[in-house]
Design a protein around this ligand. Sequence first.
Ligand code: EPZ
Length: 425
Amino acid sequence: MDTFKIRGGRPLIGSIPISGSKNAALPLMAGALLADGPVTIENTPLLQDIFTFNNVIRVTGARVEFEEEKRSLSIDPSGMYHFESPYDLVRKMRASFYMAGALIGASGYARVSLPGGCAWGPRPVNLHLEGLKAFGADIEMDKGYVVAKAPGGRLPGGVFDMNPSSVGATVNLILAAVKAKGTSVIRNAAREPDVVNLCENLNRLGARISGLGTAELIIEGTDSISGGTMYNTPDRIETGTFMIAAAMIPGSDLILEKTDTEDLGSFVDTFRKLGCGLELTKHSIRVTAPESLPPISIDTAIYPGFPTDLQAQWATMMTAANGTSIITDHIYPDRFSYIPELNRLGASITQKENLAIIQGATPLTGASVMSTDLRASVSLVIAGMAASGETDVLRVYHLDRGYEFLEEKLNKVGADIRRVQEAGS
Ligand code: EPZ
């Protein structure tokens, strides 16, 4: 397992290209299995989760080729014969559960392992299963696997009122409904750009989905969708992560390119309250660090609210703010495993149920800290870049799941991060 050795206190100055979105690419990859010919997905990031999902898809017999230099992923579903996804792969990456919707949508049958939990608690899939049943699937549990069957080989379609709104369940139900016999409706659907991007791409290949960007999606079943090209959207969470890093590290002047600022939702409005220099165009953002940071409390919410995937990064930045701020996560109440690690660096944060109370400003001093999950570990990297002295962030394999060439991107704009292999790893 690798460690990042970070020497802090160096401003981030220059420009960073934003990579394709992990959380938008994974639904596109599952959606490609619905096509009756090869699909190429452009702007696919080189991430561990993408490589893992490639292997999940290969188990079905579909051909997967990744032209990594071009970020071009080709999936040819025509050879699919095995409509199953095994536990030893699904447990590595919970979004593999999208195979349930993709396989029943493509073949009328799916046998997919239940995904595991994650670092911050259970990640239920009850909405996925209730929705598939609402669309006419027979669902059985078989030794930790979900077995979903469409009577007569093709789902009739139906209406599903989702509560709470779930990104993953919305994706899975879209995949199941695209080639259903009839029309399906998802109410209280997730409105994340990842979902809109999936629908836009499926429609381009012949699907008939309306209500994009709203909480009510109507999917008219179609007999087939063609092969072709899908376009992945830039990673809005990577964008927000680097914006926060630039705001926190004094003297920073950072330009983020190849992004899509319209995907940031209300995060931009909250970010403006920091008093940074902020220049936006549709595909670029320039952030200059403010003289000092005000304490800004946040509540996470479904899109277009503040993303839960940016709350750990925001909490890290609030350790440098002049005053007390509160971070409340309404999506994942336990997503605070980073707090003890930030406190080791000198922060003063206490957790009460689903909120963190941050007493700022506390200058951070380098120490060894442990990554626990993807967004917690990138928050520790931000903290290490802001801290004085050297910070060792352990187990950065978490980062490799969701941030493409992170240390190269940051070192190019002035950071000092060395990746070293841990003895015995
Ligand atoms: C997606 O996870 C993202 N993952 C997560 O990003 C992100 O944190 C999350 O959406 C929320 O935005 C991917 O896109 C691959 P949910 P997902 O279903 O789909 C509850 C990252 O760091 N729920 O929208 O699993 C659930 O417990 C990852 O990139 C049910 O109750 O999230 C949660 O409270 C981490 N039953 C809420 O819904 C269900 O059947 C939202 O979860 C499903 C979800």
